[in-house]
Design a protein around this ligand. Structure first.
Ligand code: XIL
Length: 360
């Protein structure tokens, strides 16, 4: 074997994969959503990557009401406590997700008919759960996805039973229970003008009531072929003008066709599959890899431009095989939305993101 080939091989083996959290250390936190297996440290390859790459984690499911609060006075803190211990051990910040959301609610709660009992559930839930993790988690998504696409309030069980002040009340209760924890509003499509206007009105209402809100999370479930860059930039500026942190909290760039027009992350809306809707079951063509890599780089250039305002960028999952987008909105597809492939190897999108740091 010629000497030059040996040296190339040795170089490849010795070259460390760069670290996202180190690369963007002075810019913003870099997070990932983690699942139960990862929290229990049963997914060793993911574990290695989480420690190397991420400075923040968001529990993908284990702090949602259906898991953490399964009965009227029954709480199940097992996995949430493990997550907190895991993060502490590894010097990673926890963004707790979430306190009040219309989805993944426990059955007992959905069966409540009278408004007073809903109000009591609401107060008990926030006080007990947020109170337990004050000083243990960095932040809470206090309210998740409360808005419709036109900016009006979603007709959730909370709106129906508690009236339109429930969001202010949720933040007020969270502030009392978790005085040392940052409090955020989180939603998808709030970069779109009408929904953005609804979010701004909501945030102003919370602020006008004298209640603390520290930041707003733009979920960022977009299509790699159609990231709304101009809307995102306008939204960063508009939210920053409210003097709160701006975050990208559930970033993934799908490469699969969407059964509906536009971007959406309405979890309760699903569709049926077909071969046409699952075009890459055996691997992603180079052209799509590169299109996705360019889209991710464009986004990170924008995040860096506004690094004074953007405090965290979190990916919704660790690797492509673990992404919720393999099963939503159509079950059983093969999607490739993240920076690491199914074997935990960095993709072209990973390197294009890392490269944006050197352009600063
Ligand atoms: C998703 C999880 O990734 C899935 O495992 C679960 O089955 C459904 O919820 N917006 C949110 C997240 O705020 O909590 C959702 O997470 C994705 C959309």
């Amino acid at each position: 074997m010629p000497a030059c080939m040996i040296s190339v091989k040795t170089l490849a083996q010795n070259t460390e994969v760069p670290s996202l959290k180190k690369t963007f250390k002075t810019d913003f936190l870099i997070g990932a959503a983690v699942n139960a297996l990862q929290i229990e440290e049963k997914d060793l390859k993911a574990d290695r990557l989480i420690k190397q790459q991420f400075s923040a984690v968001t529990p993908e499911n284990v702090m949602k009401a259906e898991i953490i609060h399964p009965g009227w006075d029954v709480y199940n803190f097992d996995l949430a406590d493990k997550l907190v211990a895991y993060a502490l051990k590894n010097n990673i910040k926890v963004n707790a997700h979430n306190l009040i959301w219309h989805s993944q609610l426990p059955h007992f709660m959905l069966a409540i008919k009278d408004a007073d009992s809903v109000r009591q559930y609401f107060a008990n839930h926030i006080t007990t759960v947020a109170g337990r993790y004050d000083n243990k988690v960095y932040s809470w998504d206090v309210v998740n996805e409360a808005l419709n696409e036109d900016g009006s309030l979603r007709n959730s069980i909370f709106l129906q039973k508690l009236g339109d002040n429930y969001i202010v009340e949720a933040f007020r209760l969270a502030q009392k229970a978790a005085p040392h924890t940052k409090l955020y509003y989180n939603d998808y499509n709030i970069e779109q003008p009408k929904k953005r206007a609804g979010a701004i009105a909501l945030i102003k209402k919370i602020q006008a009531a004298g209640v603390r809100i520290d930041g707003v999370g733009i979920q960022g479930h977009w299509k790699a072929s159609n990231v709304p860059m101009t809307d995102i930039e306008e939204t960063i500026k508009a939210f920053a003008a409210l003097h709160i942190e701006v975050m990208f909290t559930e970033l993934d760039l799908s490469v699969l066709p969407n059964p509906w027009d536009g971007n959406s992350a309405e979890v309760n809306k699903t569709a049926r599959g077909s071969e046409k809707m699952n075009p890459y079951p055996n691997g992603l063509p180079d052209s799509v890899q590169h299109l996705q890599a360019r889209a991710y780089a464009d986004l990170f250039r924008l995040f860096l431009k506004y690094k004074q305002n953007v405090s965290r960028v979190t990916f919704w999952g660790v690797n492509d095989g673990q992404s919720w987008l393999n099963n939503w909105p159509i079950r059983g597809r093969t999607n490739y939305p993240l920076l690491f492939d199914r074997n935990f190897q960095p993709k072209p999108a990973f390197y294009s993101v890392i490269a944006t740091e050197n352009e600063k």
